[in-house]
Design a protein around this ligand. Structure first.
Ligand code: NAP
Length: 328
């Protein structure tokens, strides 16, 4: 396993992060522990979690498994999405952040969370309040680095500006969705992260399983894109299935496990620190773990990138992308 710097923090993390969203849900406790042990054997020291995963069970299980080796790990959690029916059990306001971080620390059985993400931009809370609340937690040692997930680039930059102006701790890590059929991050998030030297840990490198090849010849009996409404909406478009089919055919013909190749492609973008891999059993995990053995040459990277449309530029001035010489 390779280790990489987490942005400008000086902390070293494995080139794969393991996502614990399946702990206590798609994977029961026994399977979750096996997944944890196998990822440790593979050299992973980086675990992504959230207060909402399996209603807190995921944090509890991660806390239990890591208890004897907590100091060797870099762990994350998140706050924003509703954790109950109370109107205030949600959001990135000071009140909820302070409430949720205590609950997460208790469930994880630790005194600090290495990277604490705001799980989604909060339109109801001034960014300054969110940034200040995170800074207070950094001062108290309850979180070490703030992070932002599912934010637009301008929202992250606005927060970084506030942090700089007010001398507060700014976001150090960003967590966008990124895979071969969801490439929006290429337009602004990834270049911004490179310009600001922020760590990037993209989630869903397999498009929820779409890029593993198991959807190439019709719908399987089980799977995220069969039983999870949110994922069906996210990855259900015909062109995505077509891209995934072509990609997995190419992978198999070239002698790669499509899952391994899809993760390797997401990890090969120069802005990316570590893709977050997810699995419900050991067989699935092995596929994603094999990604670290693949050498993504520039030619292979370009070839894979042709299987889905390159997203539009951030401005309408796009003609320079064509081969036409406009000015002589
Ligand atoms: N910040 C956010 O908003 C956010 C959102 C989502 C996820 N995340 C994080 O990112 C992690 C990974 O996300 P993800 O689960 O969406 O990632 P993903 O890698 O796109 O999908 C993983 C899923 O694909 C299927 N799969 C994996 N390997 C397979 C294989 N070899 N063959 C067939 N199917 C396979 C499994 O689902 P099935 O068995 O159900 O098909 C597995 O749970 C999560 O654990 C979480 O930590 C963050």
């Amino acid at each position: 396993m390779k280790y990489k710097l987490l942005g400008k923090t000086g902390v070293q993390v494995s080139a794969l992060c393991f996502g614990t969203m399946s702990f206590g849900g798609d994977a029961d406790e026994g399977m979750s522990e096996l997944l944890y042990r196998r990822t440790r054997e593979a050299g992973i020291n980086f675990y992504d979690c959230a207060n909402t995963y399996s209603k807190g069970k995921s944090e509890e299980l991660l806390g239990k498994f890591m208890a004897a080796e907590r100091d060797q790990l870099v762990i994350t959690s998140k706050v924003y999405f509703p954790t109950g029916s109370d109107v205030n059990e949600r959001g990135a306001n000071r009140r909820n952040i302070f409430l949720q971080v205590e609950k997460s620390l208790r469930r994880l059985g630790t005194d600090r969370i290495d990277v604490y993400f705001i799980h989604h931009f909060d339109e109801n809370t001034p960014l300054e309040e969110t940034v200040r609340a995170l800074d207070d937690l950094v001062q108290q040692g309850k979180i070490l680095y703030p992070g932002a997930s599912n934010f637009a680039a301008w929202q992250i930059m606005k927060a970084l500006g506030i942090a700089e102006r007010e001398h507060l701790a700014g976001f150090q890590v960003v967590q966008p969705m990124y895979n071969l059929v969801k490439r929006q991050a290429e337009v602004e998030i990834l270049p911004m992260a490179q310009a600001e030297n922020l760590a990037v840990i993209p989630y869903s490198p397999l498009g929820g399983g779409l890029l593993t090849g198991k959807y190439a010849s019709g719908l399987p009996k089980f799977g995220r894109l069969v039983d999870n409404k949110m994922y069906i909406t996210r990855f259900g478009e015909d062109w995505m299935f077509e891209s995934a089919r072509k990609f997995s055919m190419f992978a198999q013909e070239a002698g790669y496990d499509p899952a391994a190749l899809a993760v390797a492609w997401a990890g090969a973008h120069p802005a990316v620190t570590a893709p977050i891999i997810g699995a419900r059993n050991i067989e699935q995990l092995q596929g994603s773990l094999k990604s670290v053995e693949i050498d993504i040459t520039p030619q292979l990277y370009e070839r894979i990138s042709t299987f889905s449309p390159q997203p539009d530029l951030a401005t309408d001035r796009s003609e320079e992308r064509s081969d036409t010489v406009w000015f002589k």
